[in-house]
Design a binder for this molecule. Structure first.
Ligand SMILES: *Cc1c(COP(=O)(O)O)cnc(C)c1O
Length: 753
């Protein structure tokens, strides 16, 4: 593709390129990419993949698409010669708000890899007008505001297709928008298909609040991702949303299969559906409904067709995250779906002679995961340990029924975004040292040969310094904080959740603060960076954010400690922030309670960018540890086996751990009089008492070992040569976590495209 920006500038604005501002250039580049993408044909193949997901955390698209089209360097050079900086232009793009955390980001990485491998496969989801929410910090607390990204974006293309979705008592019309998904240097593309409500009404949403009328269903279904479900109206709204999503998806799937020659009896030859977590699992009864009610199938044949085309990915073992909906809600939302679910339940009970433990409907409650396992042909976990826990404990009765359906597909990340886009300095070093093949092969193992090469180690170190400079600029411009140039950068960025244990890192900060107060002056400054949103209804997570913000302010105001210790909490953490912060990290904090983090993917991004991991043996950390070896990772904490035993036997005594002198001091610091005066006393007391008496995710169990390990990490950092080698080994081994690898495995074992 050839681009002449000067000519384009004259044509679009009637002015020379040099006179345009960054916003105008951004809009012009988006037009160029979108228009070019429109001319690209779709990936073709008899069988097409539909990746159904409630979220797609795709991030900004301009840079990524310029990289995919292979024109990034050319565009950058043309802009530079007209006096413009592409980086500043990129920053004008608003980040789409279609996702939440790791699960949505995984879906986005997968779309990139599917397109890069040239496989025919689209993402299908919803077009949320206000996303999850935009996070602001007000009075040291999280405030949630609508994230109105839609009218400031330039990527959605209106599609002809539109469907009717029948709910109990009313029906709505849908509208479809597409975003083109370009693979790396490909001439063909896929799409992200986002359904919207034709009758959607943005005016239901107040300017500064995410509270809206949950009863106005024909107007609100696509306003927010995961609307608050702490009340009945909110829970019901989620079922409506999910049914809206899958009904549209199922109609689209049948439509396209017929267009491509299917008679629907052979539908599994034309379509395979990957259900990303349980949210889209109602696609199963919806496909059955369409085949029976619209296309005249016998129920049994419809079921047999659907069984051969649906696969399910499990993302969590947290019981509260495995969706269960009251059968009554289904009857309200979609009565015919409730009928079919009951029939599916009866059929399953008859076939398996099985008991309530694996039932789809039990005590008037529909277990979505159970339905997906019984009626999908494949179920996969997302890291080796996670899949093993599913097979051995959490889903063991299902594993006994269908051992052949279970498999592991360890998550991955796309190298296009997480190194080429996010870390140009490191990409450049890799190009020079390895040649450019790694950009498609994702094989970085050639780097190991340079483990003792001072020149290469120095270049990698220099790339880290450049990434830190970029992050320091970003944090200054967006958060108004200055980071010392020589600081060790220690990062925990991810959704705020007790199982991820941000509270444990907060306790470490308290320990370090007191240690410095006691006169133990560190060798160099330590900057600890957090970022992440908490669900608005998740009180303890809000309390944890409050504690972090309070610590940040308190320490910054302390003249003795602040030169050595800094705490930063990034406001509104998203993909754009991740791209600036992760490349700069020295230490990757992956400290979830063992057995609770299914995989994690930020752990992989950090590793790829040369950070050294400090972690529990949880999720994909286990695989990272196996790959890099003991000397290149820091592991600590109670094992997943022991954690499972503690839960099973109700044997964890939080209060006993709290009473240990070194621990009590740290927890009690949360409610010291100065904090109560400066912060929100109710939040601090609640968090303190929760940790002292409940501590469901056992932060106090691991805190002492964690502090020790962290001090060892900081000491080892001072041995700069040894640390650089650790960093190199981490980069060299990260190829295993390319999402291209993950997608090849999905395709070979499940999709067969
Ligand atoms: C990768 C990513 C995540 C997932 O992080 P985990 O540490 O794996 O939970 C969440 N949010 C954003 C913006 C990401 O880029």
């Amino acid at each position: 593709m050839k681009i002449d920006l000067e000519a384009r500038s004259q044509e679009k604005y009637g002015r020379p390129l040099a006179e345009l501002d960054d916003s105008a250039i951004c809009a012009m580049l988006e037009d160029i990419v979108r228009e070019h993408a429109a001319t690209m044909p779709l990936n073709e193949g008899k069988r097409r993949l539909y990746y159904l997901s409630a979220e797609f955390l795709i991030g900004r698209l301009l840079t990524n698409n310029l990289i995919e089209l292979g024109v990034y360097d050319d565009v950058k050079a043309q802009l530079a010669s007209a006096g413009h900086d592409l980086g500043a232009v990129e920053a004008r793009e608003v980040e789409p708000s279609l996702g939440n955390g790791g699960l949505g980001r995984l879906a986005a990485c997968f779309l990139d890899s599917i397109a890069t491998l040239g496989l025919p496969g689209d993402g299908v989801g919803l077009n949320y007008h206000y996303g999850l929410f935009h996070q602001r910090f007000v009075d040291l607390q999280q405030a949630a505001e609508p994230d109105g990204w839609l009218d400031r974006q330039d990527w959605l293309v209106r599609d002809e297709k539109a469907y009717t979705v029948e709910f109990g008592g009313f029906s709505v019309k849908s509208r479809l928008y597409d975003i083109d998904v370009l693979g790396y240097v490909r001439t063909t593309k896929n799409r992200l298909r986002l359904f919207d409500l034709e009758s959607v009404d943005d005016s239901l949403v107040p300017v500064n609040s995410i509270d809206f009328d949950k009863g106005e269903l024909a107007k609100n279904l696509t306003l927010f991702l995961y609307p608050d479900d702490s009340d009945d109206a909110g829970r019901l709204l989620r079922v409506y949303q999910e049914y809206f999503m899958v009904s549209n998806a199922a109609q689209l799937i049948l439509d396209e299969a017929m267009e491509r020659g299917s008679n629907l009896h052979d539908l599994p030859d034309y379509a395979v559906v990957q259900i990303n977590d349980t949210h889209p699992s109602m696609v199963i009864p919806e496909l059955v409904r369409l085949l029976v009610d619209v296309h005249g199938f016998e129920f049994d044949e419809a079921v047999s067709v659907v069984r051969r085309m649906v696969a399910y990915t499990n993302h969590t073992i947290l019981a509260e995250a495995l969706e269960k909906w009251p059968l009554e809600s289904l009857k309200t939302v979609a009565p015919r779906i409730a009928e079919i679910v009951i029939k599916l339940d009866e059929l399953e009970r008859a076939e398996n002679g099985s008991d309530d433990a694996v039932a789809i409907v039990r005590d008037g409650v529909v277990h979505m995961a159970h339905m997906a396992i019984h009626y999908g042909f494949s179920i996969n976990g997302v890291a080796a340990l996670h899949t093993k826990i599913l097979e051995d404990t959490e889903l063991h009765p299902f594993y006994e029924l269908y051992p052949e359906k279970f498999s592991n597909k360890t998550n991955g990340i796309t190298f296009r975004r997480w190194i080429m886009d996010a870390n140009p300095a490191l990409s450049g070093v890799l190009d020079d040292v390895l040649g450019t093949d790694w950009r498609t092969s994702c094989d970085l193992s050639g780097l190991l040969a340079f483990k003792d090469d001072d020149a290469v180690l120095a270049r990698l170190d220099n790339a880290k310094t450049q990434a830190k400079a970029s992050m320091r600029e970003f944090l200054w411009e967006t958060q108004g904080v200055r980071i010392p140039e020589d600081a060790i950068i220690d990062v925990q960025v991810k959704r705020i959740h007790e199982y991820k244990r941000q509270q444990m890192l907060a306790l470490y900060i308290i320990w370090k603060y007191l240690d410095i107060k006691n006169g133990n002056i560190p060798a160099r400054p330590l900057t600890i960076i957090f970022g992440g949103k908490a669900a608005p209804a998740y009180t303890i997570a809000q309390d944890i954010i409050h504690l972090i913000l309070l610590l940040s302010r308190w320490i910054a105001a302390d003249p003795v400690v602040s030169p050595y210790l800094q705490v930063v909490m990034i406001e509104n953490y998203n993909v754009s922030a991740a791209e600036r912060v992760i490349p700069a990290a020295d230490i990757s904090e992956q400290i979830s309670l063992a057995s609770k983090e299914a995989s994690g993917t930020s752990n992989m991004k950090f590793m790829l960018n040369g950070a050294v991991t400090l972690c529990t043996l949880d999720g994909a950390n286990v695989e990272i540890a196996d790959l890099v070896g003991d000397e290149n990772i820091y592991t600590f904490g109670t094992s997943s086996k022991e954690v499972e035993r503690l839960y099973a036997e109700h044997a964890y005594d939080a209060h006993a751990h709290y009473l240990r002198p070194g621990v009590k001091l740290l927890v009690d610091f949360i409610t010291n009089p100065a904090f109560l005066a400066l912060g929100n006393a109710e939040r601090l007391h609640r968090l303190h008492d929760d940790m002292a008496w409940k501590d469901w995710f056992m932060a106090l169990l691991d805190i002492e070992e964690y502090i020790q390990k962290k001090e060892q990490v900081l000491a080892d950092y001072e041995n700069r040569d040894a640390w650089r080698k650790k960093s190199l080994v981490n980069i060299a081994k990260a190829g295993a976590f390319s999402s291209d690898r993950t997608i090849r495995q999905y395709n070979e074992d499940i999709w067969h495209l």
